[in-house]
Design a protein around this ligand. Structure first.
Ligand code: NAP
Length: 454
C-alpha cells in the first residue's frame, strides 16, 4: 500500500510514500512505550524548551511548510501560512501554561490535605483529518506532549507529507525518539492499534462513520476516547444585526478553508425582518469571491481536496436543485483541471433534501428564513450536529436567549466561530464528545488523581 500526496489544483501526484510494514509499526509502538517511561518524569521546563524550539522551527520554515499544506490539500497559501503561525502560537501557549493548567488542585474536605493531581496516561493515538493537516495534529500534540504523554499519529492517507514533516519538526526540536511518531497506516489498521496494550487512549477528528468505528473499538478495549466530528453550524442573523459586517463575515465563515471546515457556518438562519437585505448582501459577497489557484494571493477559494469530495458536494447541490431548491449563485462544476467548485447559495431547502440534514463540506450555504427569534433558535437546533454556532444581534436579551438555548458546544456572538488555544473546543450531539485546547483539552489524557491525606 502506498500513500500519495496529490495536488488538488492540478490533480498531479506530488509524491508517494510506502506504508509502514508491520515490523516498522511494532518498532514505533515499542519506542513510544519506552519513551513514555522516561519522558513522563521530565519537567515542564524541559518539555516547554523543546515545544518552544518546535514553534521556532515552524516560524523559521513557515513559507516552505505552508507550501506543502497548499500543494497537498489545496487551501490557499495565505490560509496555510496562517495555519502554520497558529500552530507555533499554540505550541508557545502550552509551553508557557501547561504547568499552571496541571497544577495540583486543592479541595476543601475534612482531611488534613486533599487535592487533585494531574498525571500523564501514556502513549495516545491520534487519528486525524486532512482539512487542517498541521493544526489538527498540533492542537492534539502540544497539550498532550506538555502533559507528559507521548503521541502516535495516524494521519489522513492523503496528507503523508505533512504527517512526516511534523514528526521531523518534533524530532529536530529535541523531543526524544518515540515521544511523537507518525504511523503511515490505513484506516483499517486503527482498530488493531487501539487494541494494543501500549496505547492508552485515542482521539479522532473526522467523520461520524470514523467516530462510530473508533469509539466502538475504544469502548471494547475500555480506552479513553475523544471525538471531534462533523458539524452543520448555524449562523443566526437577527433583526438588530449590523448587516454589512454580518454579511461579509458570513461569506468568510462559509468559504474558509475552501468550505472544508468543521466549524464553517453552513446554515444561515435569517429573521424575516432583515432577510431580503441580508440575502442580497450575502449573495453578492459569495458571488464576488475569487476562485482559483490557491498559490495566487488574489484567490479567496481554492479547489476542494479531491475529485470524490467535489462530486459529493455537487451531488448534494444537484439533489436540492432537482427537488425544488433555488440556486442563488454558483452550483455548477467548472471545466478544466483541478477540483474547483464555486461559492454557492441555496434557498428553499426542505427536509426531503440531502442539504437539509447532511454536513456540506464545500463552499455551499443554505439560507433559511425564520419569523422571529424563537423560530430562529428552533431552526438552529434542528440538526443532529452540535459543534459551533454564530449569532449576530445588537440586542442583549437576544444574546442571553441564544447563549442559553442554542444546542452546541460553542456560541460566538457577533463573530464567526474560530479556535484558539485559550478556549475549549468541541461539540455535543453527533459532533462528538470531549474537548480540545484550553485547560480542558490538556486534562483529557491525564489521570485526575484524587489525593486524601488524613
Ligand atoms: P474521515 O474520512 O473520517 O477521516 C478522518 C481520519 O479518520 C483519517 O485519518 C481516516 O483515515 C480515518 N478513518 C476513516 N475511517 C475510519 C475508520 N472506519 N476507522 C478508523 N479510522 C478511520 O474524515 P475526513 O473526510 O478526512 O474529514 C472530514 C470530516 O472531519 C468532516 O466531517 C469534518 O466536519 C470533520 N472534522 C471535524 C473537526 C472537529 O474538530 N470537530 C475538525 C475537522 C474536521 P484515512 O484517511 O486513511 O481514511
Amino acid at each position: 500500500m502506498a500513500f500519495a500526496s496529490v495536488n488538488p489544483a492540478t490533480g498531479a501526484v506530488v509524491q508517494t510514500f510506502e506504508a509502514h510494514t508491520d515490523k516498522e509499526v511494532e518498532e514505533r509502538l515499542h519506542r513510544a512505550a519506552e519513551a513514555f517511561a522516561a519522558y513522563r518524569w521530565t519537567s515542564f521546563a524541559e518539555r516547554g524548551h523543546s515545544m518552544v524550539a518546535a514553534a521556532e522551527l515552524l516560524e523559521s520554515e513557515l513559507p516552505d511548510i505552508a507550501r506543502v499544506l497548499t500543494t497537498e490539500m489545496g487551501k490557499t497559501f495565505a490560509a496555510a501560512k496562517g495555519e502554520v503561525a497558529k500552530c507555533a502560537l499554540t505550541m508557545r501557549w502550552y509551553a508557557e501554561h501547561a504547568e499552571g493548567l496541571l497544577a495540583d488542585e486543592p479541595i476543601e474536605t475534612s482531611a488534613a490535605q486533599s487535592y487533585v493531581r494531574y498525571q500523564p496516561l501514556g502513549p495516545v493515538l491520534a487519528v486525524m483529518p486532512w482539512n487542517f493537516p498541521l493544526w489538527q495534529v498540533v492542537r492534539f500534540a502540544a497539550p498532550t506532549l506538555m502533559a507528559g504523554n507521548v503521541g502516535l499519529l495516524k494521519h489522513a492517507s492523503n496528507v503523508p507529507q505533512t504527517a512526516l514533516l511534523l514528526e521531523d519538526v518534533f524530532r529536530r526540536a529535541g523531543f526524544a525518539d518515540g515521544v511523537f511518531s507518525t504511523l503511515l497506516v490505513g484506516s483499517g489498521d486503527v482498530a488493531g492499534l487501539i487494541a494494543d496494550d501500549r496505547i492508552v487512549a485515542v482521539t479522532l477528528t473526522g467523520s461520524e462513520a470514523a467516530g462510530r468505528s473508533v469509539a466502538g473499538t475504544a469502548g471494547q478495549y475500555l480506552k479513553k476516547c475523544v471525538l471531534e466530528l462533523g458539524g452543520s453550524d448555524p449562523y443566526l442573523v437577527l433583526a438588530s444585526a449590523a448587516l454589512d459586517r454580518t454579511a461579509s463575515t458570513a461569506a468568510l465563515a462559509r468559504v474558509q478553508n475552501n468550505g472544508q471546515s468543521c466549524i464553517a457556518a453552513k446554515r444561515f438562519v435569517v429573521v424575516e425582518a432583515v432577510a431580503d437585505e441580508f440575502n442580497e448582501r450575502f449573495g453578492a459577497a459569495m458571488a464576488g469571491l475569487v476562485v482559483g489557484d490557491p498559490m495566487d494571493p488574489a484567490t479567496d477559494v481554492g479547489p476542494l481536496v479531491s475529485e470524490a469530495q467535489r462530486a459529493e458536494v455537487a451531488g448534494q447541490v444537484d439533489d436540492a436543485r432537482q427537488k425544488g431548491a433555488h440556486v442563488v449563485c454558483g452550483g455548477t462544476v467548472p471545466d478544466g483541471p483541478g477540483w474547483y467548485y464555486p461559492p454557492t447559495v441555496l434557498t428553499g431547502v426542505t427536509p426531503d433534501m440531502r442539504a437539509f440534514e447532511e454536513e456540506i463540506f464545500g463552499p455551499v450555504a443554505v439560507v433559511e428564513v425564520a419569523s422571529d427569534l424563537d423560530e430562529a433558535i428552533a431552526l438552529a437546533n434542528r440538526t443532529s450536529f452540535g459543534l459551533g454556532s454564530s449569532v449576530w444581534t445588537g440586542d442583549p436579551a437576544e444574546v442571553a436567549a441564544c447563549v442559553e438555548r442554542i444546542e452546541a458546544g460553542m456560541v460566538f456572538v457577533n463573530a464567526m466561530v474560530v479556535s484558539q488555544p485559550e478556549m475549549p473546543f468541541g461539540g455535543i450531539k453527533r459532533s462528538g464528545y470531549g474537548r480540545e485546547l484550553s485547560h480542558l483539552g490538556i486534562r483529557e489524557f491525564c489521570n485526575a488523581k484524587s489525593v486524601w491525606v488524613a
